[in-house]
Design a protein. Structure first.
Lengths: 154, 287
């Protein structure tokens, strides 16, 4: 079965690089699923979740925006920031969602509202990814789909 | 003429200095390893984004659609220079080499130059020579994140976009190798996309469209360039410091060797003189 080579890089490090079966990313105009032999494509990404499946097992990452390039059987995601589910602090993500909600409810200037809604989407994406990990680990036992190590701590 | 005790004191003091410089060189070595790793890790992102911008810039464009503000080439009336210098000294000629290079650059320009300075060494130098320093950033630390530099790159992009500056240069110390770092002044704005041969063109489908993608890509490109230059500057600084401190440690060792030799000679001399005195006295009494 053909695979695609997925690479997720930020300005600070390479977050992920491996051969996978399918990539689903949050494009500007909606979710995009990329399978092998996709046409060359270049799109901006929204804050959201990236999903890739390898050997039938889905893995999720939170991304805060960036770009995706599809060329031949290579997919390169240039992310502003990308985090694997095991790097996300769920409590902090939850707090960030709450903070963004408060800001949204305050109805400040248009610009601040915009900022808050972007912050909201970022925080929600993080939270979703973190929660997926929890449901998976309780369902299938610990250590399933262990993401490759080597993440530099901040 | 120093006494044996003076020499002993001197030796101890040099030894202590040697211990300090040795520790500093070890610390700089470990920081350097980290900084070099950071430079390497950022490289794939940098080369990819350059590729995409080159492809985007080669896209056919309608005449009436405006060029992105960060690509516009204007008549140069005011120049901005961002100079990335260390906060601390004891790194050989690194800071002064860069400062000298920037000073030469400023002298060679016909239009007024406005400076944005990162690091105390650059600030002190530029202020002393009465340059037009617009903004100063210090204490970025040894492990800056991209977020630490976005304030700086944002300042530059804004000044360029609203016409305060017509050209922006980036001055930093390029990391060539552990033994060799060279000061460099590169143009940051307007962004000059690399030229592509037609064989290199990929012909992507752009979503939503090429201009939108370019518009959100360019500011990130500028951010990334500044961040990357800062990482190189830090790698250079730490390597220069490591080498300088290792030389200092070697010097202190050879100085201790020389001083010990002097001290032993002096001690032997003293003993010989004392013996001569004794023997001389004996002979005088017997005679």
């Amino acid at each position: 079965m053909p695979t695609i080579h997925l690479e997720i890089i930020t300005a600070e490090r390479r977050v992920f690089a491996d051969d996978v079966d399918i990539v689903v990313a949050p494009g500007m105009e909606g979710q995009l699923g990329i399978l092998p032999r996709h046409a060359p494509l270049m799109t901006a990404l929204q804050p959201g979740e990236i999903m890739y499946r390898k050997n039938g097992e889905p893995t999720y990452l939170a991304v805060t925006g960036g770009f995706m390039e599809v060329m031949g059987d290579r997919v390169t995601i240039l992310a502003d920031a990308a985090e694997r589910s095991d790097e996300i602090d769920e409590a902090r993500a939850l707090a960030a969602v709450e903070r963004a909600k408060q800001q949204l409810s305050r109805r400040d200037s248009y610009l601040q509202l915009q900022e808050a809604s972007v912050a909201m989407r970022r925080a929600q994406a993080r939270l979703h990814v973190a929660q997926r990990r929890r449901s998976r680990t309780t369902g299938m036992g610990p250590g399933s789909g262990g993401a490759p190590g080597g993440g530099a701590g901040h | 003429m120093p006494s044996v005790r003076d020499l002993k004191r001197r030796i101890r003091s040099v030894q202590n200095t040697g211990k300090v410089t040795n520790a500093m060189s070890l610390i700089a070595a470990s920081k350097m390893r980290h900084a070099q790793g950071a430079v390497l890790q950022g490289r794939p992102f940098a080369s990819k984004i350059q590729e995409i911008i080159a492809d985007l810039a080669a896209q056919p464009r309608d005449e009436d659609s405006a060029m992105h503000p960060l690509l516009q080439v204007r008549e140069v009336k005011r120049i901005g220079v961002l100079t990335l210098t260390p906060d601390r000294g004891l790194c050989g000629g690194l800071a002064s080499n860069l400062n000298r290079r920037v000073a030469q650059f400023i002298l060679a320009q016909t239009s007024p130059v406005r400076l944005i300075v990162v690091g105390r060494k650059g600030r002190d130098f530029m202020v002393r020579y009465g340059q037009d320093v617009n903004a100063v950033f210090t204490d970025l630390g040894d492990r800056p994140t991209l977020a630490d530099t976005t304030a700086i790159s944002g300042l530059l992009s804004d000044a360029y976009t609203n016409g305060e500056l017509d050209e922006v240069y980036l001055a930093y110390t390029r990391f060539v190798s552990t033994m060799n770092q060279e000061p460099a002044v590169d143009r940051l704005l307007p962004v000059t996309p690399a030229a592509l041969t037609s064989a290199q063109r990929v012909g992507y489908i752009y979503e939503p469209d090429a201009l939108t993608v370019l518009g959100s890509l360019l500011p990130r490109f500028v951010e990334m360039e500044v961040y990357h230059a800062l990482l190189e500057a830090i790698a250079s600084e730490q390597s220069a410091r490591m080498v300088a401190m290792r030389n200092a440690t070697d010097n202190s060792k050879s100085l201790v060797g020389d001083l010990t030799l002097d001290m032993n000679k002096l001690r032997q001399n003293t003993i010989t003189n004392e013996l001569l005195d004794l023997v001389g006295g004996q002979v005088a009494m017997e005679g």
